[in-house]
Design a protein around this ligand. Structure first.
Ligand SMILES: [Zn+2]
Length: 306
């Protein structure tokens, strides 16, 4: 589900391919205008930013193997496997239509948070997608993900769950109770292979909780301001996050997070985040910036955010 290397659309891709036709039929049942408007409502108006999603004709079912979806940086495309969605839905014991829509929204949020090329050298080009910086080596297509990939997945997934829940209820796809049951089941599988990034969502929640404690702002405000900056590319760059990690977080926190391949590592980091280094938290310039961001956000939303 992470933004990855760039592919050219395969030449063998034909619209008459039954797999592609089936995918297109599903994609067309999802009201992308509604998804875009739900995301747009999370951005403060003064940012003047427009949500940009991947249109149905740029969603393919050719590249994926063993995972449901992937956002591809350039050209902007989504790679989506209905077969893998069905397999995962069966394994988790959830409604297939819910899972497909939830996962498509997840990939669309990667696309929406892609704020473009952040810097370029002779050999490389970097893109900011949400909280994750991805660097491509020109001409090879090889990509190197920044320190914050799993953190970015946590934010993307937390937001996907909220957007999917609102979308399903608003469009009459499901009742709130059905959505609540769906997520209860999803969360039961935390810690298992391909568990919809539940551990990463817990990490983001722990971070928000910790910032709330240190700033006396409510967690909802902090989360909403994070989303606002996440969707508009106005948040922290890698350097700021590294500085924050040095000041406040346990030793090698970001390096461990980047290297984390098991849920137990992410869970351990979540516990460490709860403990943190309390004293330095107070004086951190990062915390001051978080507070300012949240206050600006509240101001610009006219204090109507719940
Ligand atoms: Zn993802």
């Amino acid at each position: 589900m992470n933004p990855e290397r760039s592919f050219q659309p395969p030449e063998y891709l034909e619209i008459n391919d039954p797999k592609q036709r089936e995918l297109l039929e599903f994609v067309r049942t999802v009201d992308l205008g509604e998804v875009a408007s739900l995301l747009q409502s999370r951005i403060s108006t003064e940012k003047n930013a427009e949500i940009d999603l991947v249109p149905p004709e740029r969603i393919f079912s050719k590249y994926v193997s063993g995972r449901v979806g992937r956002y591809i940086l350039r050209p902007r495309e989504i790679d989506f496997s209905l077969e893998d969605a069905l397999r995962l839905a069966e394994r988790l014991g959830v409604d297939e239509k819910f899972l497909k829509t939830h996962y498509l929204i997840h990939e669309q949020i990667h696309a929406a948070s892609d704020t473009g090329c952040s810097d370029e050298t002779l050999l490389t080009r970097s893109f900011q997608v949400g909280s994750a910086k991805t660097t491509q080596i020109k001409g090879i297509g090889l990509t190197i993900s920044g320190l914050c990939r799993l953190w970015d997945e946590g934010i993307t997934e937390k937001l996907s769950r909220e957007v999917f829940a609102s979308y399903a209820v608003k469009t009459g796809m499901a009742k709130q109770k059905e959505i609540d049951d769906y997520f209860t089941t999803i969360k039961k599988h935390t810690g298992q292979k391909r568990d919809c990034y539940s551990s990463e969502v817990k990490l983001v929640d722990a971070f928000i909780g910790r910032i709330a404690e240190e700033t006396s702002l409510d967690p909802e405000t902090i989360w909403n301001s994070l989303v606002d900056s996440f969707l508009t590319g106005t948040q922290f760059d890698d350097q700021e996050i590294c500085k924050f990690a040095k000041e406040v977080l346990p030793e090698n926190f970001l390096e461990d997070l980047k290297a984390a391949s098991s849920h137990s590592t992410v869970e351990r980091l979540t516990r460490e985040l709860h403990r943190g280094k309390t004293n330095s938290f107070k004086s951190s310039s990062f915390i001051r910036k978080m507070r300012r961001m949240a206050e600006d956000y509240l101001e610009s939303m006219g204090r109507t955010v719940s």
